[in-house]
Ligand binder design. Structure first.
Ligand code: COA
Length: 133
């Protein structure tokens, strides 16, 4: 799993217990999944369809640095299934895991559209191959 994004836990991210608010982490995860899918599928019209088990395993406090990891579980026809882990950057302690996040690739009509992708791609390789043409 690659951890792409880091976040700094700030006062506005806390719950009434003064620890990281679960809803905030889910918003961060949803954005990360959307960004990852848009880059992989090369389409800005990608939406979150489904999230499976969400397991809050430990918490974070103000000032902690956390990082968000994403990996591909499966390329479908119009869907992309992702797995996510959020952990403390310094201690590597897992904060939350989401087993399956289903993202769906849409066409201009807002309906599911086949994305044609079968494996993880890297932007640097795409750029290198377009320069080689
Ligand atoms: C995304 C949306 C267009 C999908 O429409 P749909 O009629 O369910 O589409 P389909 O049944 O054709 O399914 C599309 C893909 O999602 C997958 N899928 C749909 N529901 C699923 C579920 N509950 N679990 C797992 N996969 C699911 C299907 O297997 C299919 O994958 P594939 O093409 O790779 O085989 C529609 O549900 C929608 O607009 N939802 C709102 C999305 C949104 O606004 N999200 C932002 C947060 S509110």
């Amino acid at each position: 799993m690659r951890f792409h994004t880091r976040k700094w836990v700030k006062p506005e991210d806390l719950n009434a217990n003064e620890t990281l608010f679960g809803g905030r982490v889910l918003a961060w995860i949803d954005e990360e999944a959307a960004l990852y899918s848009i880059i992989q599928l090369e389409n800005k019209k990608v939406v979150t369809k489904y999230m499976s088990e969400i397991n809050f395993m430990s918490t974070a406090k103000q000032g902690d640095i956390i990082e968000i990891g994403i990996e591909v579980v499966k390329f479908g026809v119009s869907s992309l299934t992702l797995n996510c882990e959020v952990r403390n950057k310094m201690t590597r302690e897992t904060i939350v895991t989401v087993d399956n996040i289903i993202m769906v690739n849409l066409g201009d009509d807002g309906k599911p559209k086949p994305h044609g992708k079968k494996k993880v791609e890297y932007v640097r390789d795409r750029l290198a191959s377009s320069e080689g043409n």
